[in-house]
Write a protein that binds this ligand. Structure first.
Ligand SMILES: Cc1cc2nc3c(=O)[nH]c(=O)nc-3n(C[C@H](O)[C@H](O)[C@H](O)COP(=O)(O)OP(=O)(O)OC[C@H]3O[C@@H](n4cnc5c(N)ncnc54)[C@H](O)[C@@H]3O)c2cc1C
Length: 317
């Protein structure tokens, strides 16, 4: 049975949904093992066991986080060799993709990014050209490295939990010798809102907000939603780039996506078209966003959003 290694990097107090998805996919491919980095908290260890991890590898060096991704790739390469894994699954984040690329070079392994599904034989499916085509690819090398987009599967614990074996991986001293070191960190202020990538509800604003995300934020807070944005809005500096939804931003698959002042360009659609229910607010009835919306409101977002917020608050209180 193939051994599948999942990289989990600093999850904090609880495993995030994308990691649970990787564990779920790994079980469909073979025997899951985890290459873990960071402090292993009790809840995280319990989740790894519940999701069927057979082994948990941890690096001998505790300072991998003081560097950019180079040393993490060296650690993963050593973990792959120790575990005999033939498939490595990594999150499809920017850092995940860079780690995968470096790991691919170290192992001479084929790397496939932006994966949305994996067959039991390791064939990867990708959604390309802004979601208009699906392609399949399979690495022909002994080890394949796949970065998988979040919201690709529904996380499911294993039928029978495990007691994973704990293994220490010797990270070669040379791993950090010529790597870029992080000299300072500043904490991102907590918004108190859910994570965009796995939020159940997303309220997103585009160029139509004209620099004022206030009504979008008020509606999001009334609904307990995360805030998303089009690239036009993030490029304008009205909101951080981590809020961008779309081809070059995050892919979201919430139960409800409210799009306000966004035209619905193909690059935006590719990041949100799998939302269960899409509500679009746009003052232009011809806007392409209405082609994929389940409910459309032709109107000024500065009038529609505050009314919706008020009504939701009234019903909630
Ligand atoms: C390689 C590449 C990658 C890209 N990646 C992404 C991506 O990841 N995500 C992304 O979003 N875009 C991406 N883009 C950009 C994309 O093509 C569009 O330019 C962008 O999505 C447009 O953003 P928008 O809809 O907010 O702005 P616009 O297209 O300018 O639309 C603004 C909309 O707001 C409406 N509006 C204006 N005022 C109001 C009001 N008061 N009330 C209600 N409606 C109002 C208008 O009718 C209009 O439909 C990418 C482009 C390229 C080339």
């Amino acid at each position: 049975m193939a051994r599948v290694l999942i990289f989990i990097d600093n999850p904090g107090p609880a495993l995030k949904k994308p990691s649970l998805e990787l564990l779920t996919i790994a079980r469909s491919l073979g025997e899951p093992a985890v290459a873990f980095n960071g402090e292993l908290k009790d809840d995280v260890a319990a989740a790894l066991a519940a999701y069927g991890a057979q082994a948990v590898y941890r690096p001998s060096a505790a300072d991998l986080d003081d560097y950019l991704v180079g040393p993490k790739a060296s650690y993963l390469a050593a973990a792959v060799q120790m575990s005999g894994a033939t498939i490595v699954l990594i999150e499809n984040s920017t850092e995940g993709k860079e780690t995968a690329a470096r790991l691919g070079i170290k192992l001479g392994a084929g790397v496939i990014t932006d994966v949305v599904a994996v067959d039991p034989d390791g064939t990867a499916h990708k959604s390309v050209l802004a979601g208009s085509y699906t392609t399949t690819a399979k690495a022909t090398t002994p080890v394949s490295v796949l970065t998988v987009k979040s919201n690709s599967v529904t996380p499911e614990p294993a039928v029978t939990g495990t007691a994973p074996e704990a293994v220490t991986v010797e990270v070669p001293e040379t791993a950090t010798a010529s790597s870029a070191k992080i000299t300072e960190r500043s904490e991102k202020p907590a918004s108190g809102r859910p994570d965009l990538a796995d939020a159940r509800i997303v309220v997103a604003g585009g160029r139509g907000v004209d620099g004022n995300f206030g009504p979008v934020e008020d509606l999001a807070d009334a609904l307990g939603a995360a805030i998303g944005a089009s690239r036009a809005a993030t490029d304008a500096g009205w909101i951080g780039h981590d809020a961008q939804v779309g081809q070059t931003g995050k892919t979201v698959s919430p139960q409800l996506y409210i799009s306000a002042g966004i035209s619905g360009a193909i690059q935006q659609k590719s990041g949100m078209q799998t939302a269960k229910v899409i509500v679009a607010v746009n003052k232009d009835a011809e806007s392409p966003v209405f082609e994929i919306a389940d409910f459309g409101i032709v109107g000024d977002l500065f009038k529609v959003l505050p009314q919706a917020t008020e009504e939701i608050k009234k019903r909630r209180d």
